[in-house]
Each structure stands twice: as structure tokens, then as C-alpha cells.
Design a protein around this ligand. Structure first.
Ligand code: ADP
Ligand code: NA
Length: 344
């Protein structure tokens, strides 16, 4: 088996919630621990965060917190390169070059861009969609993402279903570069999606939408740093139904109940149908008590490690510095060739 180069990124926008962890971050740790021959590169993508308005003080804190969280959940800086994107300026350099071979029409076809257009229309209550006030970063965001991946000549990118289109664009851009700027060998491998088995965690308060950092009700999400008492309170207040007595897994008719089962299964690394069968005779109070203790068992270790790491600032700084140095060393090799091929 050829060793893979795996790249993934996460924005430093607050403490991750249980959906981020079960849907994305826990998979990074699995990839790291199960594939000793792969090269792993995990980036905290600060430049991406700037596409939305950020409070600078909060962003600086989130940036540090995200590094501490990644280490706390088990990303091992001796095994994986973990670094701040914004500590390696070559990301923006390559993004510029790639932007110059990417038609704006392709960017306008991204569903994430279309969603922004719809949001801006709703906000201004206009029937006409007006993109002129949206910042250019929102449109070119996927080009920066392509640069993140291609800078390390990554072969595999773990992504959720929602990011599949962006990865397609990265492949497209890589292919365009390869054909436009030919050299002795192909410049960029076309990165392949590692679609993680979907563990979509829903909002505890509105199980028709996913658990999200942007939902207004903080009780709708569990943060990785929540205390046992906070976890128990949030799970207790989760929306369920009383369609029938007992517990059944039925995501369409019983989204709230089913979401609790999904969480319980994911936290205990079990099959959701097995979990549902085991919980069939419970009432919702009993199910919630189980869910709360399973979540607590999962996050207690990382939560304590997170606090310990924040108190050991020198260690965090050292990890950030070493990660950036390793990232820059790899990407410098790419950029020497990229510059030569484009003639700069
Ligand atoms: P949010 O939706 O809270 O803003 P992001 O969009 O920053 O989260 O997503 C970061 C990562 O977490 C992505 O890989 C995304 O697919 C994953 N993710 C986000 N929310 C969930 C969820 N509710 N269930 C599963 N995975 C999720
Ligand atoms: Na989001």
C-alpha cells in the first residue's frame, strides 16, 4: 500500500461541539492511530475564519483553544503535523496563483456561495439577490482550501458530505494547473475524498437541523469543554417526542429520540440499531441519563487535558512553532516548483 498524505483543516471558531467531534475530529485521531505509514497534516485555518466578521480578541483565543483541543483529543504532534495555517504564508501565495487559473463562474456555482447569497437576500429582505456587498473572501474561500491541500500535495482529504463539492473543485484546480504548467512530472496529485461514515449529529433543541456553533440557543449543542453538570442539563432538556412509549430508532418520525440514540451509539462506538434494541424498554428520562453519562465518559479525559494544556502555555507555543516549521519545510518544496513552472 502506498503511503497517503492526508490533509484536513478546521476553523478556529470557538470550542468544537459534539457534532464537530463525532463527525470530523474523532476521525482525524482514528486516521492517525490506525495508519502508521500515512503522512498526516492537520491545520487550524485562521485565514478561512476571516471570511466572516470575527472579534479579534475572541479569534486569538479560539486559535489557541483549537490547538489545545486537537492535542487534548489525541492528535500527537510527534506523529502528525499540526499547525496554524496563518503561520505559513505560502498558503496565501499558492491561493493567489490558483485563483488566477480559476474561472469565477466555477466559484459562483459552489452551493456554499449560493447559500451566502440566499442569506444576504433574507437579511436585507430584498427579492433581488445582490452579491455586491458580500466580501470577495467568501467567493474565493474554496481556492484557499485548494491551496491548503495542494501545498502539501495531499492525496487524501477527510471531508463531510457538505465539503464534497469543494474537494471536487480542488481536484479540478489541480488538474488545470497540471495541464497549464507542464513540467518533468505532474505537479499535483488529484486529491481523493475520504468520506467519513456519516455521523450527523442534530441540534438538541431543533432536531430538524444539525448541531451547529451558530444556532442561537447554546443548549442546542454540547461543547467538548462542558462540565458533567452542563452536559446532563443539556441532554435533559433535549427535545424528544411522545409518539409511542419506549425507545425506537426512527429518524423520520422521531428525530429527537433517534438523535439521542445516534449520540449514544457514537460515544460508545456501537451500532445504532444495537443500541436502540438495548434501550427499547426505557423511557426518555432513562435514555437521557445514559446519553449524558456516555457523553461525559467520552469528553472527561479531553476536557481535563485541555485545561492542563492551557495552563502549560510554553508547551502549546512550542507545538505551534514546531508544526509551522514542519509545514513550511514541506510546502517550500512545492512552491519552488510552482514558482518555476509559472515563471516567477
Ligand atoms: P458548524 O456547522 O458548527 O459551523 P463547521 O461547519 O465549522 O461546524 O464544521 C466543522 C466540521 O465539523 C466539518 O467537517 C463538519 O462536517 C463537521 N460537523 C459540523 N457540524 C456537524 C454535525 N452536527 N454533525 C456531524 N458533523 C458535523
Ligand atoms: Na458551518
Amino acid at each position: 500500500v502506498k503511503p497517503r498524505t492526508i490533509f484536513s483543516g478546521i476553523q478556529p471558531t470557538g470550542i468544537p461541539h459534539l457534532g464537530n467531534y463525532l463527525g470530523a475530529l474523532s476521525n482525524w485521531v482514528k486516521l492517525q492511530n490506525e495508519n502508521p505509514h500515512d503522512k498526516l497534516i492537520f491545520s487550524i485555518v485562521g485565514w478561512h475564519a476571516l471570511t466572516l466578521p470575527q472579534n479579534p480578541k475572541e479569534l486569538a483565543a479560539s486559535r489557541r483553544h483549537m490547538l489545545a483541543i486537537l492535542l487534548a483529543i489525541g492528535i500527537d504532534p510527534k506523529r502528525s503535523i499540526v499547525f496554524h495555517q496563518d503561520a505559513n504564508a505560502m498558503h496565501t501565495e499558492l491561493a493567489w496563483i490558483l485563483g488566477c487559473i480559476t474561472p469565477t463562474g466555477k466559484l459562483r456555482r459552489m452551493t456554499s456561495w449560493k447559500a451566502r447569497l440566499v442569506e444576504s437576500r433574507n437579511a436585507n429582505d430584498e427579492s433581488e439577490i445582490d452579491e455586491s456587498m458580500l466580501n470577495a473572501g467568501l467567493l474565493t474561500y474554496p481556492v484557499l482550501q485548494a491551496a491548503d491541500i495542494l501545498l502539501y500535495r495531499a492525496t487524501h482529504v477527510p471531508v463531510g458530505e457538505d465539503q464534497r463539492q469543494h474537494l471536487e473543485l480542488s481536484r479540478d484546480i489541480a488538474d488545470t494547473f497540471n495541464r497549464t504548467f507542464k513540467g518533468p512530472s505532474r505537479m499535483f496529485p488529484l486529491p481523493t475524498a475520504l468520506i467519513t461514515p456519516s455521523k450527523r449529529i442534530l441540534s438538541l433543541k431543533d432536531p430538524s437541523s444539525k448541531m451547529s456553533k451558530s444556532a442561537s440557543d447554546p443548549a442546542s449543542r454540547i461543547l467538548l469543554t462542558d462540565s458533567a453538570a452542563q452536559i446532563a442539563a443539556k441532554v435533559r432538556s433535549a427535545v424528544t417526542d411522545s409518539i409511542t412509549t419506549g425507545i425506537t430508532y426512527d429518524p423520520v418520525a422521531r428525530p429527537g429520540t433517534s438523535n439521542l440514540l445516534t449520540i449514544l451509539a457514537a460515544c460508545t462506538d456501537a451500532d445504532v440499531h444495537d443500541v436502540a434494541a438495548r434501550c427499547a424498554g426505557m423511557n426518555h428520562g432513562e435514555l437521557k441519563a445514559e446519553v449524558a453519562s456516555a457523553v461525559e465518559a467520552l469528553v472527561a479525559g479531553p476536557r481535563a487535558e485541555f485545561q492542563r494544556l492551557l495552563e502549560d502555555g510554553g508547551y502549546l507555543d512550542q507545538v505551534a512553532q514546531d508544526g509551522a516549521a514542519a509545514a513550511r519545510e514541506l510546502s517550500a518544496q512545492t512552491m519552488v516548483q510552482v514558482r518555476a513552472r509559472v515563471g516567477l
